[in-house]
Ligand binder design. Structure first.
Ligand SMILES: Nc1ncnc2c1ncn2[C@@H]1O[C@H](COP(=O)(O)OP(=O)(O)OP(=O)(O)O)[C@@H](O)[C@H]1O
Ligand SMILES: *[C@@H]1O[C@H](CO)[C@@H](O)[C@H](O)[C@H]1NC(C)=O
Ligand SMILES: *[C@@H]1O[C@H](CO)[C@@H](O)[C@H](O)[C@H]1NC(C)=O
Ligand SMILES: *[C@@H]1O[C@H](CO)[C@@H](O)[C@H](O)[C@H]1NC(C)=O
Ligand SMILES: *[C@@H]1O[C@H](CO)[C@@H](O)[C@H](O)[C@H]1NC(C)=O
Ligand SMILES: [Mg+2]
Length: 430
């Protein structure tokens, strides 16, 4: 794919229309097999298109919302169909066969849940999140389905049969996607109340990916957790009468979201990892830590200093990083006797992680210099470079949602890999 600016100059060769719904058209891309153009329409619908109003500019707003949300999810590591934005009202996506299920995930009870579960009051908080699924069937008003109903319908899309494994993957992915978006909206003091999403099967890879769009119609957002300030399409559904003024209010709300949604991509805090190594012979080990930090989007600086041989320098370097107010996690890499981590830990309020490069000959003895501490020291010890970076990321993830989102997506992806590995093994042994 060419960079966006070149591509818009080059103009896409749009092929035949593959699909058209109430809000979108899907076009084949002649020169890019496996990709499609998703074009939004300037139309807002509610109650399955009983109510239909044109809202000029809605397509552009929807486009922006979807693009930002998918970018956030993509950068976090969630597999999605989104490739990139193409224009004000269209984006490029991988061609999927859509699984005809709407996955709904709720943190706070409201809307149709209250009708289906009388006795539950609005505002009830679900922990863990409440999952529901609905079969996409306009003629029957999208009935709620059980997992068993989905399994028994044995959908086969792009050659993939939707069985227990696929259902579990979609269920788990929905939870992870919700938590990522919830964390991101929290930075804007906004409660993600609930969300609905759809998955597709990538026609080329047969992977299950988040597809279709996530826009105002896909979620409820309550600023400061206050329903009366709702900024989502519910405002439109609740209108008693569609007047030009009312539509202006709906549009203003939509614009509020599309402005805010950009901020979800911005880091809230920026920290750094400083790796201190006792000697440059530990460089390869430290480079692995740096590489892993970079994958979380965390800056990582390498320094050489020995607490045994140059303690004055060790403390001077420490002061350098304490002096500029940037939140810092120190990682101490020292072979044989690790004096570095403990000395740092006894002299700074920042977290210190020991990551000693152990050797097969003396490793079992050497590790004790990182584990057995005088009182008053709180350094932790991990052995693999990846683990040191991951632990630092978990510390920064407490305040930086972008880092937290990467950790969360990685947890999902690991879970899915295990699930698929088991499925493959079971298939082989049949
Ligand atoms: N990446 C994709 N590849 C192929 N089809 C897609 C992709 N993304 C979305 N679609 C499909 O494009 C069609 C048009 O979307 P639209 O949202 O307008 O439909 P709709 O009228 O809302 O119907 P639905 O109730 O299925 O959402 C839908 O069937 C949707 O599933
Ligand atoms: C959507 O439009 C913007 C405007 O260019 C464009 O930059 C963005 O790229 C398009 N998509 C959306 C969704 O805004
Ligand atoms: C999703 O998974 C949870 C936990 O395993 C389960 O309780 C729930 O019934 C599933 N939801 C759906 C809609 O399948
Ligand atoms: C969120 O609320 C807190 C506390 O009320 C406030 O200090 C902060 O500025 C708000 N942030 C945003 C982005 O509105
Ligand atoms: C979503 O709704 C908000 C508030 O109603 C609005 O400002 C925003 O533009 C909408 N976004 C989309 C994509 O429709
Ligand atoms: Mg749709």
């Amino acid at each position: 794919l060419l960079p966006l600016h070149l591509e818009t100059l080059q103009k896409l060769k749009i092929g035949q229309k593959l699909n058209e719904g109430k809000t979108k058209q899907i076009f084949e891309l002649v020169d890019q097999p496996g990709l499609v153009l998703v074009q939004s329409k300037d139309q807002i619908t509610a109650g399955n298109a009983v109510r239909k109003d044109q809202m000029e500019g809605k397509a552009a707003i929807a486009n922006k919302t979807t693009s930002c949300v998918f970018k956030l999810l993509q950068e976090s590591g969630i597999k999605t169909a989104f490739v990139k934005q193409h224009s004000d009202t269209a984006f490029i996506a991988t061609h999927c066969e859509m699984i005809p299920i709407e996955w709904v995930c709720r943190r706070v009870a409201t809307g149709s849940f209250l009708k289906r579960n009388p006795g539950v009051k609005e505002g009830y908080r679900f922990t863990p999140l409440k999952m529901e699924m609905f079969f996409k069937d306009d003629a029957n008003n999208d009935p709620q389905w059980s997992e068993e109903q989905l399994l028994e319908s044995k959908f086969c899309l792009a050659g993939l049969t939707i069985s227990q494994c696929e259902v579990d993957i979609m269920n788990r992915s929905t939870v992870a996607i919700f938590e990522i978006l919830e964390k991101a909206w929290a930075t804007q003091n906004c409660t993600l109340v609930d969300m609905k999403i759809e998955f597709g099967v990538n026609v080329k890879t047969q992977e299950i990916v988040l597809a279709d769009v996530i826009d105002n119609d896909s979620w409820r957002l309550w600023p400061a957790g206050d329903r009366s300030q709702q900024k989502d399409k519910q405002v439109y559904r609740d209108l008693k009468e569609v007047t030009p003024e009312a539509m202006q209010m709906v549009k203003r709300n939509f614009e509020w979201v599309s402005e805010r949604v950009k901020l979800l991509l911005e880091p809230q805090a920026s920290g750094r990892v400083v790796v201190l190594m006792g000697s440059t012979s530990d460089m390869a080990h430290c480079e692995k830590i740096r590489k892993a930090c970079t994958s979380y989007g965390i800056m990582c600086i390498l320094r050489v200093t020995s607490a045994h041989k140059g303690p004055d320098e060790t403390l001077r370097i420490k002061a350098e990083y304490e002096g500029d107010g940037v939140p810092t996690v120190f990682v101490a890499v020292a072979g044989r006797s690790n004096g570095l981590g403990p000395v740092m830990s006894g002299n700074t309020a920042y977290p210190v992680i020991n990551c000693p490069p152990l050797t097969p000959d003396w490793g079992a003895q050497d590790v004790w210099s990182s584990l057995r501490m005088p009182s008053g020291l709180g350094c932790s010890t991990v052995l693999s470079p990846d683990a040191a970076a991951q632990f630092a990321a978990q510390i920064f993830g407490l305040t930086d949602h972008l880092v937290w989102c990467k950790l969360r997506a990685s947890m999902l992806n690991t879970w899915v890999s295990l699930k698929l590995a088991d499925k493959k093994l079971q298939a082989c042994s049949l």
